[in-house]
Design a binder for this molecule. Structure first.
Ligand code: CP3
Length: 344
């Protein structure tokens, strides 16, 4: 096999096996990741050390027979590259310098000169140089709503509610902020594609916070705007949209974005997705990350249940959200082996 089963599904070709990869497949559940992060000094330093970031991107591939690598970075590279401070407090998640008015929005920088982007793209290039032809390389960014939520709310407790309140009450600068994030994200994806990404995924992790009537304007439209810009500049690169928690809203988001693939969250019924989302999209997901942590018979049945619902021509096997830090790596291997035995 010298082309990727993942790209086959995204391009509407029959794959030789059911493609699989895992969100957060590089991360704390792997002891070798923790060692490399220790060497880098911190998570953020690791993101901006191309040699080490390349290593952690490739680590899961040395253990598991997966069909894709995802560049090791974070969706918060974009706000940082636009000029906002960013820190990761150990065990507490991100702290982003907050934007709280027009002045701060107007002071944000475009991405072109950002060192952060240059370094992530160096990682992409280095990974690509070592990747076998049958493994696809996924680049990514956050969706504007999710990224703006961090830029406005800062990432802490209650921050996402603040972002929703700003979206409603301060449209004069919220809209400008969203436009700037759209512009920066499209530019960032194009740079990753030029560095070697075969596919890009847009993570709208907080789409599920939105009231239904705002899913189109705050999730679907801004994602569609990014995709339009990317397609104008680099046609033919497939896009995966993961609007986590959008529920029935995935249908409209799929129509608006025309994404080659829709990622769906764990709570989504896959048979609903199969029967209600346009057949124009492949579906990615949605094994419960808790089952992978738990292992045993429940995991085996869970894998079978997900694979049973979708034909492999239309499916990219994945989790419904990121791998949990306490997941035993052997359980991940078990998932891949079950799939290989079942679907080649
Ligand atoms: O293997 C991969 O999936 C590639 C790398 C990747 C990371 N973050 C590394 C990371 C990707 C694709 C992301 C995306 C990301 N980052 C999202 C969207 C997906 C999702 O989880 O919903 C979001 C919301 C973020 C922002 C972010 N980064 C948060 C909220 C946190 C803290 C929570 C957590 O999981 O620790 C991070 C930290 C982060 N990003 C880690 C990793 C491996 C853990 C950092 C560590 O090593 O301590």
């Amino acid at each position: 096999m010298n082309h990727s089963a993942l790209l086959d599904v995204l391009k509407g070709r029959k794959p030789s096996r059911r493609p699989v990869w895992f969100m957060r497949q590089a991360g704390r559940y792997l002891p070798e990741y923790r060692a490399t992060r220790g060497k880098a000094g911190s998570f953020l330093k690791l993101c901006y050390a191309p040699d080490l970031a390349k290593e952690v991107t490739l680590q899961p591939l040395r253990r598991f027979d997966v069909d894709a690598a995802i560049v090791f970075a974070d969706i918060l590279v974009v706000p940082q590259a636009m000029g906002l401070g960013l820190a990761f407090a150990e065990g507490e998640g991100p702290v982003v310098e907050k934007v709280s008015g027009s002045d701060r929005v107007n002071a944000l920088r475009p991405l072109d000169e950002a060192e952060e982007v240059r370094l992530v793209c160096e990682t992409v290039k280095a990974v690509k140089a070592e990747l076998p032809h049958d493994i696809a390389l996924i680049g990514f960014c956050g969706a504007p709503w999710t990224v703006a939520s961090y830029m406005i709310g800062g990432g802490g407790e209650g921050g996402r509610e603040v972002a929703r309140a700003v979206a409603a009450s301060r449209p004069e600068w919220f809209t400008v902020l969203m436009e700037l994030v759209i512009e920066a994200s499209a530019a960032y994806l194009v740079r990753q594609i030029d560095a070697g990404a075969d596919v890009v995924q847009i993570f709208d992790s907080w789409a599920g916070d939105l009231p239904g009537y705002l899913q189109e304007t705050l999730s679907g439209e801004p994602i569609a705007a990014i995709i339009t810009k990317v397609r104008e500049q680099r046609p033919g690169v497939p896009v995966i949209v993961f609007a986590r928690g959008a529920g029935a809203g995935h249908k409209r988001i799929g129509e608006m974005t025309g994404a080659e693939c829709l990622g769906v969250e764990t709570s989504m019924r896959l048979d609903w997705a199969r029967d209600n989302l346009s057949a124009a999209h492949a579906i990615q997901g949605n094994l419960d990350p808790l089952l992978v942590e738990a292992g045993g018979k429940a995991l085996e049945e869970g894998v079978e249940e997900v694979a049973r619902v979708l034909p492999m021509e239309r499916h990219i096997f994945n989790l419904g959200h990121g791998m949990r830090p306490a997941t035993p790596p052997e359980h991940v291997d078990r998932v891949v082996k079950i799939l290989r035995k079942r679907d080649g």
